[in-house]
Ligand binder design. Structure first.
Ligand SMILES: NC(=O)C1=CN([C@@H]2O[C@H](COP(=O)(O)OP(=O)(O)OC[C@H]3O[C@@H](n4cnc5c(N)ncnc54)[C@H](OP(=O)(O)O)[C@@H]3O)[C@@H](O)[C@H]2O)C=CC1
Ligand SMILES: O=C(CO)COP(=O)(O)O
Length: 312
């Protein structure tokens, strides 16, 4: 196995966990965060892989600190952020983290890493699988070889948009399912939400050019199952807390780490409204997060929608 020099950007829950996985494989690992004394450019100098696990709101600020001309041609950039850019618009601006990285580093390979990867379980050494997606298959295979182990199984995929959107959009559905569990609506209701949530993700994803089948994989259905079934998920915790009658600000103040679904819902609603894509569950999550509706009223609004065939 080839030893690599890996720079990890972001020392939060996911960045720290990815560093643990990379160190366990014997790679040389350097971690950078805003608290680091070293400059970002110094940390990524000479790195074979640069792996970013900063939350969505920090991606542009981090990318802007990088001087592309000073980076070795073979360096592969990996983004593990699950979110949509707040400034995204259909016409002009990048929507996904990998598009921000690729726009700043047009001559470097960019790889998306996404899957059912609750960091606390991985830190405990429990087995997990993930997907690395890139238009550059060799770059994806380099990342696959670098991170695969007996505890972390890495698959490749060429559907970058699908893999990245799956990881971002499942967070919105995880908020809905957290609320469903917080209201103790039962297993049938939860199964319905996850299944119709997946249909909603596929509707949005295919609009943006993703392959439908990608969403039945690890970064779509896989990550939905993980985050909708675990109290470790911060997004699930947000929905659960709202269903307990707590305000969003109280829920977020008590939360350990980032719940990307809160901002992702806002961006998704802006884009889906512009493009007239039906996202009924996300719409109710948006109203709930804004405090415009009670969780009980959101459930009723979903149950009493116009009749329709399942396949539309
Ligand atoms: N935790 C998990 O299980 C998983 C998380 N993810 C995704 O990874 C991303 C990070 O999640 P996670 O590590 O859990 O979140 P945390 O809240 O634990 O950490 C967030 C990280 O982002 C950094 N950050 C935030 N804003 C900025 C900024 N403006 N400039 C630079 N850095 C910034 C933080 O830096 P600082 O410490 O300096 O504040 C910190 O390193 C999210 O998109 C999440 O969806 C993906 C898979 C699994
Ligand atoms: O993406 C994750 C697991 O795959 C982490 O979920 P949360 O961000 O909801 O904690």
């Amino acid at each position: 196995m080839q030893q690599r020099t890996i720079a990890i950007l972001g020392a939060g829950a996911w960045g720290t966990t990815l560093a643990t996985l990379a160190k366990a494989k014997g790679h040389t690992v350097k971690v950078w965060s805003r608290q680091s004394h070293e400059h970002l450019q110094t940390v990524i100098d000479g790195a074979d892989l640069v792996l970013s696990a900063v939350s969505m709101k920090g991606v542009s600020a981090v990318v802007e600190q990088i001087q592309p001309a000073a980076i070795a041609a073979h360096t592969v950039f990996v983004t593990a952020t699950k979110g949509l850019a707040a400034e995204a618009s259909v016409a002009t601006k990048p929507l996904l983290p990998s598009q921000i990285w690729q726009a700043a580093l047009p001559s470097h390979a960019v790889v998306v890493l996404s899957g059912p990867n609750l960091s606390k379980e991985i830190q405990q050494g429990l087995p997990a699988a993930t997907v690395v997606a890139s238009q550059d298959l060799a770059a994806a295979q380099t990342v696959q070889a670098a991170l695969s182990s007996n505890a972390f199984r890495v698959y490749t995929n060429s559907d970058v948009v699908g893999v990245e959107l799956g990881g971002a959009l499942k967070n919105v559905i995880a908020i809905a399912v957290g609320a469903c569990d917080g209201l103790q609506l039962g297993t049938n209701a939860k199964a319905a939400l996850v299944t119709r949530g997946l249909a909603e993700i596929i509707r949005v994803g295919t609009y943006w050019g993703a392959k439908p089948e990608t969403f039945y994989g690890l970064s779509g259905l896989g990550d939905l199952l993980a985050t909708c079934n675990s109290a470790l998920s911060r997004n699930y915790q947000v929905g659960y807390g709202l269903a307990q009658g707590q305000s969003l600000s109280v829920v977020l103040a008590q939360l350990q780490g980032t719940a990307e679904g809160v901002n992702t819902t806002q961006v998704l609603m802006k884009l889906a409204t512009q493009q007239q894509i039906a996202v009924p569950i996300s719409h109710q999550v948006d109203r709930l997060l804004r405090g415009d509706i009670t969780p009980q009223a959101a459930v009723e609004a979903l149950m009493l929608r116009d009749y329709k065939p399942e396949t539309r």
